[in-house]
Design a protein around this ligand. Structure first.
Ligand code: ATP
Ligand code: MG
Length: 337
């Protein structure tokens, strides 16, 4: 396995080190290339993502990312627009995968959470995030701004298929989350696509939920969800809610996947570079370690992925109130393995 590692900035570097400890303990001999990408390089020479970065990343099987960001990078959003989004499009990461699981010991704000264990498959390249819009009459009282949601049959069908396959491999339930009663054009396309693909996955029960209702169920009855499939914007919102109900940012892992397998998929903790705690050795590397589990599952190393998740679960359950020490978490997981 050829692995590209982008530790990035702030706590990204700290949590990636722990994630690699775990990977090395489980899968010896992974060929790693480390990339100096992110705010550090941008602040040094003004480069975000070059064509040669992309070409070189493409030569790997998978990518592990820490976090990118630094408040000193100006203009605001330069790394998102100059690096993270271009990377997503260059590698065609159309499936954004966000598992949400409530581990014993996690600080859920819910009083009666029940069993929370679901996965959100968020479309990553279309919807309202394509920059398809414009502004006119700016600075006048008649200013107007538009963003048009782009939904193609091709783009929707490939994430819907991916979501069905994941549901078939889990508890066999797929929930489409949208707003089909109001967004009739985009919603109609999503619903028709789900209906048309469904017969190929006859073991999967199909459900539908409006986005507004879904935010309620996520708090009142999250156990009803197994796999959720949704568009880019709804997915952005609901995955943060999902992370909140399962105890927050320290355990949320994600995958950016090219389901066609043409380009390397990328795995990363959901959190950012956390400049407020960077360099203090107290970032929780659990989300990065769980990202390694997702990565291992993606490359077919299911048994190894299961072992990482079991070790994380045991660790979270035995922590108590003790403050997190980044390197100790990785050491404990490695020892448990
Ligand atoms: P970025 O711009 O890089 O996304 P951000 O300011 O949006 O950074 P995050 O880095 O996501 O924010 O952090 C949000 C809050 O959560 C911060 O207070 C941060 O300290 C905390 N936090 C994030 N990740 C972790 C972690 N792994 N362990 C502990 N606290 C964390
Ligand atoms: Mg952030």
């Amino acid at each position: 396995m050829k692995l590209a590692v982008i530790p990035g900035d702030g706590i990204g570097v700290e949590v990636t080190a722990e994630a690699l400890k775990v990977l090395d303990a489980l899968v010896p001999g992974v060929e790693k290339t480390e990339y100096d990408l992110g705010a550090r390089r941008y602040l040094r020479n003004g480069e975000t993502l070059t064509d040669s970065d992309i070409a070189s990343l493409k030569e790997h099987d998978v990518i592990l990312l820490g976090a990118i960001g630094d408040p000193r990078s100006v203009p605001a959003g330069v790394l998102e627009r100059g690096m993270l989004l271009p990377l997503r499009f260059a590698l065609d990461h159309h499936v954004n995968l966000r598992p949400s699981k409530l581990y014993p010991g996690s600080a859920t704000p819910l009083k009666n959470p029940g069993e929370i264990d679901f996965v959100v498959v968020r479309e990553g390249t279309e919807g309202l995030y394509t920059g398809n819009g414009g502004a006119i009459r700016v600075g006048t009282p008649h200013e107007m701004g538009t963003e048009t949601s782009v939904n193609t049959r091709y783009g929707v069908e490939r994430v819907v298929r991916d979501a069905f396959a994941r549901a078939a491999a889990r508890r066999g339930k797929l929930t489409l989350v949208h707003k089909t009663n109001v967004l009739v054009n985009a919603g109609g396309l999503w619903q028709r696509t789900v209906d048309e693909v469904a017969p190929e996955f006859s073991d999967v029960e199909v459900d539908y939920c409006h986005i507004d209702a879904a935010t309620i169920y996520m708090v009142t009855d999250p156990a009803r969800f197994d796999v959720i499939v949704t568009d880019n914007l709804f997915g952005d919102i609901i995955t943060d809610l999902a992370a909140a109900v399962t105890g927050g940012i320290g355990t949320a892992a994600s995958g950016n996947i090219d389901a066609s397998g043409t380009n390397p998929s990328m795995f990363e903790p959901v959190h950012g570079s956390a400049p407020d705690i960077a360099g203090q050795g107290k970032a929780d590397p659990t989300a990065a370690i769980l990202s390694v589990a997702l990565l291992l599952r993606h490359v077919g190393k299911t048994a190894e992925a299961d072992r990482v998740e079991a070790a994380v679960e045991a660790d979270l359950g035995s922590r108590g109130e003790a403050p997190v020490v980044t390197s100790e978490v990785g050491d404990r997981i490695v020892a448990a393995l």
